[in-house]
Design a protein around this ligand. Sequence first.
Ligand SMILES: Cc1cc2nc3c(=O)[nH]c(=O)nc-3n(C[C@H](O)[C@H](O)[C@H](O)COP(=O)(O)OP(=O)(O)OC[C@H]3O[C@@H](n4cnc5c(N)ncnc54)[C@H](O)[C@@H]3O)c2cc1C
Length: 397
Amino acid sequence: MGERPTVLVIGAGIGGLTAALAVARAGFDIVICERAAELSELGAGIQVSPNAGRVLAELGLDEAIEAAAIEPQAIDVMSGVSGSRITSLPVGAFRSRYGFPYRVIHRADLQSILAAAVRKASDITLLLGTTVEAVLAREGDSFVRLKGPRGEMVQAAAVIGADGVWSSTREQIPGAPGPAPTGRTAWRTVIPRDNVPDGVPANRVGLWLGPHAHLVHYPIAGGAAVNVVAIVEETWDKPGWNARGDYRRIAERFNHWPSEVKAILAAPQGWQKWALTAVDPAGSWVSGNTALLGDAAHAMVPFLAQGAAMAIEDAAVLADSLRASPSDVPAALAAYEAARKPRVAKVWNAAKKTGEHYHMDGTLARLRDVALGLLGPRLVLAQNDWIYRWRPDDHGD
Ligand SMILES: Cc1cc2nc3c(=O)[nH]c(=O)nc-3n(C[C@H](O)[C@H](O)[C@H](O)COP(=O)(O)OP(=O)(O)OC[C@H]3O[C@@H](n4cnc5c(N)ncnc54)[C@H](O)[C@@H]3O)c2cc1C
């Protein structure tokens, strides 16, 4: 091992790439191994909230993200029953309220920005088409056997499993919980701007709430496309990220919804669907010099759009913990887990509760809509101040 200890990051998703950038700045050499032969995020959008944007800005990525992202003015919360507007949340005010904006971006654009920064960093090696075969711990270090074009053994002071909801690094950690189905599926598509039905605004997010389902749409790719996600309650739970969804099934499911929603669903496009799977954050994330990060540790339902944001926050705290205790990696990783758990658990539970509110039916749904109207947009947004105000040096919530 050279002067700088090596950290092996398993997985080059948003969590792994951000962790590599942050931990390299803390004085470590990084090897990232990604089993996919090339980096290709899903053809879908992602919301980047101020707490995540703040971490990415500290990594020097704000300008690139600003150029690729859209800053919507508002989230229009709509009734999937009556078609009327329940409230409109002025997220355009996030920049002045939290110091960082609320943005929406194509996942592939965010991944490219992170990957470009990784490729530029001389202390980070990205190995694509490379799967971790075994992790053997000995005398404080891990010896990780890789299977890939450069099949080799890497000696690492720390191993970070950023390998997603189906993580196999988890097997190294006694007490780490496995993935559990949530009884919901997400259907996604991207509509090229020319096919977007009239009336869908170019710089606003639409959030439609109905019985046992909801639908979100927002502009991505500089306004050249609209990202659509429909979440429905169903028990299908095949693992994986890109099963084809049959348009007839989703059209049937939203048959009684307002005409605007049906028009969005009918715009010609292919659908992908996947089962929403959660990982309880209460389990163990760390054992010795191995730690989990992002979805591997705490995959959550996407109703607060915080899954990737939590992975990005994890990366910042992990880097701070390793910087503070570079020669005692197990202590640094234990500090990371202790610092992150309460906040992630709070966000995880809040996301779950938000899903229950979104999918209410009958009288409960009408009461929800009245309450949202009475509270008013500013108070509704203020309920999430604790999520968006977070700074890397907070470590708590
Ligand atoms: C419908 C939906 C909408 C969402 N919207 C938002 C949003 O708006 N905002 C937000 O913040 N979050 C959102 N999320 C959550 C977000 O997508 C995830 O939390 C985030 O992508 C997790 O990133 P990750 O890096 O932890 O894992 P992943 O993105 O799953 O990356 C894991 C990587 O590890 C690799 N890998 C796995 N095993 C191995 C191995 N053995 N060896 C090598 N490589 C391996 C995989 O190939 C993959 O590239 C949403 C989620 C869903 C389902």
